[in-house]
Design a binder for this molecule. Structure first.
Ligand SMILES: Nc1ncnc2c1ncn2[C@@H]1O[C@H](COP(=O)(O)OP(=O)(O)OP(=O)(O)O)[C@@H](O)[C@H]1O
Length: 238
């Protein structure tokens, strides 16, 4: 379910981006990736971001996560302005409030599936009995029950992305950022992973911002935004 506008709890946007600009280089040699980017995402909402290759979708997602810097504008997460946080504070904020799923899975090869999924809880100091139970619950939810002891090299691409989704959601973040999460998967597996991603974010009440080139994935979103070099536009419903 998308956020209910009449619900006072969800009246404040989860995320506000105001007049964001990203540039590389200095002075005359400066090149602008994007500018005048503004948008809002509500609690529990699913927003797809589309746009031409190279327009800056991954860069934008990295800015939302505080993993990249910007030259102008603000990124506010429930009122917290990321630009006022130093690197350490941003890392602590990310651990608590964010999940991230990448195209290339980014699971750690020397940790087994359960250990990979448990990482966010370990970093938050929550790997107690409840944490162990939560890992088992999430393993089951993503269809990997019984595979917790396997190493990543013993899994298929679709299974690896399930691990990445489980890891991104195990600590129940308010926001999940996903950068082309099905880009490395065959169409059938991509569909299954999208189903899972949607079901899990809806079940957890987690807002999802999905960068995608897939029209099929985008049309499942509550809203589709198109990133251009000079602004963010709302796409008509697909
Ligand atoms: N360190 C850098 N210096 C200069 N330009 C850079 C640097 N890093 C990225 N860029 C440029 O920023 C732009 C945005 O890249 P980004 O990967 O965010 O685009 P994208 O929309 O996600 O692309 P795709 O859809 O192909 O994945 C690109 O034109 C890229 O060349």
């Amino acid at each position: 379910m998308a956020a209910n506008a009449s619900n006072p709890i969800s009246s404040q946007p989860l995320l506000q981006v105001q007049d964001l600009a990203k540039r590389y280089g200095q002075a005359q040699a400066q090149s602008t990736v994007f500018e005048q980017i503004s948008c809002e995402v509500q609690v529990g909402e699913f927003v797809a971001i589309v746009g031409n290759s190279g327009v800056g979708k991954s860069t934008f997602l990295n800015c939302l996560a505080g993993l990249d810097s910007w030259q102008q504008g603000q990124v506010l997460h429930q009122g917290t302005d990321l630009s006022t946080l130093d690197e350490t504070a941003r890392a602590i904020w990310r651990r608590a409030h964010l999940g991230f799923v990448f195209q290339a899975f980014h699971v750690l090869p020397h940790l087994d599936v359960a250990q990979n999924i448990a990482l966010p809880l370990m970093l938050l100091g929550r790997m107690n009995t409840q944490g162990e139970q939560r890992v088992q619950q999430v393993l089951k939810a993503v269809g990997l029950d019984g595979l917790g002891q396997r190493l990543p090299q013993q899994l298929s691409g679709g299974q690896l992305q399930r691990v990445a989704i489980a890891r991104a959601l195990v600590h129940s973040p308010q926001l999940l950022l996903a950068d082309e999460p099905t880009g490395n998967l065959d169409p059938c597996t991509a569909q299954q992973v999208m189903d899972l991603l949607l079901q899990q974010t809806r079940d957890n009440g987690t807002a999802l911002i999905l960068v995608t080139h897939s029209a099929d994935a985008a049309k499942r979103a509550d809203r589709v935004l198109r990133l251009t070099a000079s602004g963010m536009q709302t796409e008509p419903a697909l």
